[in-house]
Design a protein. Structure first.
Length: 183
């Protein structure tokens, strides 16, 4: 995404996978453009040769493939959203009322979401921007917590920015997400 006029809210990288093994180099940035909340990621591994969805397409099931995931929770609540972002910027979003409890009537206007991607021989970059109003309508707050995770490769490696204190990979633990300072 265009870096002009963006305020970085959080950036980071994950050095070890869920089980303590080394993992592909990665980096993420959460930023505010003034009108949008943006999630950008770069992973230094060859992108997959095929994708389950077209670039920028809304597609459920991305977690079965190489994917970056952003979880954003309303502070002092179990309410959160999950955003999946594929190397080619295909994406999916869902709202949850509690861990793994989907809102059955959750709908989103796909045209409000902006995506970009870049596929290299040995790396990929992907980004997604959500209008402020849409994010605030979903979460009903300006105070948030977050986690970034990745599911990469074959066999699958599970990476989490937050230490979620669970024996098996489970990214749906909003009480253990980190604070996200918006401003």
């Amino acid at each position: 995404m265009n870096e002009t006029n963006k305020h970085v809210l959080q950036s980071g990288q994950i050095k070890l996978d869920w089980f303590g093994a080394s993992c592909p180099e990665n980096h993420f940035v959460l930023s505010d453009s003034g009108t949008d909340f943006c999630f950008e990621t770069e992973v230094k591994i060859a992108p997959p040769s095929t994708f389950p969805a077209k670039p920028g397409e809304y597609f459920e099931g991305l977690w079965e493939y190489d994917v970056a995931e952003l979880f954003i929770a309303a502070d002092n609540s179990d309410y959160y959203i999950e955003i999946n972002l594929a190397p080619n910027s295909a994406w999916w979003m869902m709202a949850f009322s509690a861990p793994r409890q989907r809102f059955t009537n959750f709908r989103i206007d796909h045209h409000d979401i902006k995506t970009e991607y870049l596929l290299g021989i040995k790396h990929w970059k992907s980004s997604l921007c959500i209008p402020h109003g849409l994010l605030q309508n979903i979460l009903q707050t300006d105070t948030m917590r977050f986690n970034v995770s990745y599911i990469l490769g074959t066999p699958k490696q599970y990476l989490s920015y937050c230490n979620l204190l669970n024996a098996e990979p489970n990214f749906h633990i909003p009480t253990q997400f980190k604070n996200l300072n918006r401003y």
